[in-house]
Ligand binder design. Structure first.
Ligand code: ARG
Length: 455
């Protein structure tokens, strides 16, 4: 491609370090779409003939067919996807192919191709996350009044409903989708026609190519256009946060499956056995979803480090942008699908959750609230009185409602029989009716609202 100035070819090791075809072949569709838009624009502007543009278009369609059919030979000596496609086009149509690269450079070409790819990837992730939210909402709907202990510090805190807990993740994945939508909107400016770094003397129409490729507008600054990889970083940042959410959810699945919790069961479809311990049913898929966040976060860190300190405009360093994005895209799609599969597979063990809600004094706050409400006690004092009641129950290894009225009155004489109904776990859960709260009444509404907001 630059034979004019070069007397000899590259060293083998140079070819190896320089080539990106091994991975950027994944940009083939985007590269061909970009070239077709560019050629049509060149013809419309009278920069090449319509006949040449038609030949280029038909030739590119044939190249795409070859690639789709697996009949295309990618060549390392042609370095990257852009030169592989162009060289094959020249083989197929001859002379007109050599006019395609007028008024552009691989620098704006790769930025355009990669933006198109990331845009598609964001759309795929949105679909995957929507499917995961659907599974979570479906399960939440069946469990709006399934009582389970809610935790802080992984210590039993107050009763919640299992549906409420699942809907928390629906919110997280909803924000992930929002971040991806934001990133998509910001990336949607077309770099094509920025050429190597400074624009081009040809009378190109960048608005035409931008529109043909579904961008909102052309990028405003040629130097920025060829050196910007914010869209890849934003993609990886949004993906990292999403992977972190998946990891937290996976960790809860691992905990819930354990013999100590038994809140859910996963079928054989999402578990493995142990080669030595016959009783084992290990939640490997959940563990791997938990772990893969590390890989995804690594790609964000990796690309940030590649980009930091790079002067304007393009540097070859930026060829290192693609593998992290591809790796994260593969990883995240797999994790989202596995999470969805596990949600659809999991069987809540309602008796175990309900039983766990009886342990750990989940109704302690309700006793304090009763003292405030019925005896007009200041909350700090009520907290103290309740603490003494918990201590008394703990000493006897029973729950708060197992204390006799005499025992309670020994702590606070004004307590009456009426306190007992207020301390039932169901009453406690039902009472948390503030907007966004765990009461089944609110959760039923939240299920409906979630369907409207997200699906
Ligand atoms: N394969 C290159 C990349 O991915 C394409 C751009 C090459 N540009 C250049 N001036 N060498 O970044």
């Amino acid at each position: 491609m630059w034979g004019g100035r070069f007397a000899r070819g590259p060293a083998a090791i140079m070819e190896k370090i320089n080539a990106s075809i091994g991975f950027d072949k994944r940009l083939a569709d985007q590269d061909i779409a970009g070239s077709k838009a560019h050629a049509a624009m060149l013809a419309k502007q009278g920069i090449i003939t319509q006949a040449d543009a038609d030949a280029i278009r038909d030739g590119l369609d044939r190249v795409k067919e070859e690639i789709d059919a697996g009949a295309f030979t990618f060549k390392v000596e042609l370095e990257d996807i852009h030169m592989n496609v162009e060289a094959r086009l020249a083989e197929l149509i001859g002379e007109p192919a050599k006019r395609l690269h007028t008024g552009r450079s691989r620098n704006d070409q790769v930025a355009t191709d990669f933006k198109l790819w990331v845009r598609d990837a964001l759309d795929r992730l949105d679909a995957g996350l929507t499917a995961l939210q659907t599974a979570l909402i479906d399960l939440a709907e069946q469990n709006t009044d399934t009582v389970m202990p809610g935790f802080t510090h992984l210590q039993a805190a107050q009763p919640v409903s299992f549906g409420h807990h699942l809907l928390a993740y629906v919110e997280m994945f909803g924000r992930d989708r929002g971040r991806m939508r934001d990133a998509r909107a910001r990336l949607n400016e077309c770099p094509l026609g920025s050429a190597a770094l400074a624009g081009t003397p040809y009378p190109i129409d960048r608005f035409m190519t931008a529109e043909a490729l579904g961008f909102n507008r052309p990028t405003a600054n040629s130097l920025d256009a060829v050196s910007d990889r914010d869209f890849a970083l934003e993609y990886l940042a949004a993906a990292s946060i999403c992977a972190t959410h998946l990891s937290r959810f996976a960790e809860e699945i691992v905990i819930w499956c354990s013999a100590q919790f038994r809140f859910i069961r996963l079928s054989d479809a999402y578990t493995t056995g142990s080669s030595i311990m016959p009783q084992k049913k290990n939640p490997d898929a959940a563990e791997l979803v938990r772990a893969k966040a590390g890989r995804v976060i690594g790609t964000l860190t990796g690309l940030l480090v590649v980009m930091k300190g790079l002067p304007l405009a393009y540097s070859k360093d930026m060829q290192e942008d693609k593998e992290p994005v591809f790796e994260t895209d593969d990883t995240l799609a797999l994790c989202i699908a596995a999470a969805e599969g596990m949600v659809r597979d999991m069987q809540p063990n309602k008796p175990a959750m309900r039983e766990a809600a009886d342990r750990g004094f989940l109704n302690a706050t309700d006793l304090a609230d009763w003292l405030v409400r019925e005896l007009d006690m200041p909350f700090r004092e009520a907290h103290h009185v309740t603490g003494r009641a918990v201590k008394a129950a703990e000493d006897r290894r029973v729950g708060l409602t197992d204390l006799s009225l005499a025992e309670l009155q020994a702590i606070e004489p004004r307590i009456t029989e009426a306190v007992y109904p207020a301390l039932s776990i169901e009453t406690s859960l039902d009472s948390r009716r503030s907007f966004g709260g765990a009461s089944p009444i609110r959760v039923k509404e939240a299920v409906k609202a979630a369907r409207e907001r997200f699906l």
